[in-house]
Write a protein that binds this ligand. Structure first.
Ligand code: HEC
Ligand code: HEC
Ligand code: HEC
Ligand code: HEC
Length: 138
């Protein structure tokens, strides 16, 4: 009797779990998107690209190179785009993900291709806090 009731409860939990997975997939279509690099964004957003390229974020990786820390995996999550999350791996394979590029704030852009519903328009301050949170990182 107890075992039977437990089976029912487990099945009910599984059903709830399955439903929430379906809802999660519907509400976040961009979660399957991958990093395409700043050269992609530049093709259609050359004005934004030009202003970004003059700001510190564009040169965040250069700081590591100058300090010979560009292979230090402790530094890469904040000085590159998407390190450890399917983005930057190394300078030869992913040069377009060096530094804090568009996708570090707007999210991976492979699904976007001009569709404004498939890219984050206004990144929240939580996005900035991932790298700017701690005062004592350096
Ligand atoms: C948690 C994220 C994070 C990590 C990890 C990180 N940095 Fe930074 N780094 C930042 C941010 C944010 C700035 C700009 C604001 C500031 O200066 O705090 C910055 C700025 C810098 C600067 C500019 C000078 C300065 O201190 O302001 C240098 C140089 C630097 N980082 C080197 C490194 C090196 C080397 C490592 C690895 C040992 C590293 N960073 C790891 C986020 C990070
Ligand atoms: C440090 C985070 C950050 C980076 C890096 C970044 N953006 Fe943004 N972007 C934002 C924020 C925040 C907004 C909304 C507020 C605003 O308009 O400034 C925005 C707004 C936009 C907009 C809509 C408004 C407008 O100005 O047209 C576009 C398009 C855009 N970004 C594209 C890009 C592209 C392309 C790059 C890379 C070349 C890039 N962004 C790099 C944070 C960022
Ligand atoms: C094939 C051209 C194309 C490419 C490539 C492209 N975009 Fe866009 N993007 C557009 C168009 C068109 C719009 C909608 C009109 C507008 O807001 O300028 C747009 C809008 C946006 C917006 C604002 C969304 C909104 O709701 O207004 C952001 C942010 C953005 N793009 C970021 C990026 C980033 C980051 C990349 C690189 C990963 C990128 N775009 C690559 C064409 C492109
Ligand atoms: C992937 C990590 C990352 C993200 C996300 C990020 N930043 Fe940064 N930011 C950095 C690093 C690293 C630097 C230092 C770059 C340099 O000095 O060349 C920096 C520099 C800056 C600076 C210049 C500071 C100075 O001392 O000149 C400002 C302002 C800034 N970030 C604001 C923001 C805002 C606002 C957001 C969110 C919309 C954001 N950042 C998102 C890593 C990040």
């Amino acid at each position: 009797m107890y075992g039977f009731r437990r089976t029912i409860i487990v099945m009910a939990l599984l059903a709830v779990g399955a439903t929430s997975v379906i809802f999660a997939q519907q509400s976040t279509p961009a979660s399957t998107a991958t990093y395409v690099g700043v050269t992609n964004c530049k093709m259609c957003h050359s004005d934004v690209f030009t202003s970004w390229s003059k700001k510190p974020h564009a040169h965040a990786f250069d700081l590591l190179v100058a300090m010979k820390q560009d292979k230090n995996e402790k530094c890469l999550p904040c000085h590159t785009t998407g390190y450890g999350a399917g983005g930057f791996t190394d300078v030869t394979k992913t040069p377009a993900l060096e530094g804090v590029t568009c996708e570090a704030c707007h999210g991976p852009g492979s699904d976007h291709n001009g569709d404004p519903n498939k890219i984050t328009k206004t990144p929240s301050s939580a996005v900035c806090a991932k790298c700017h949170l701690k005062a004592d990182i350096h």
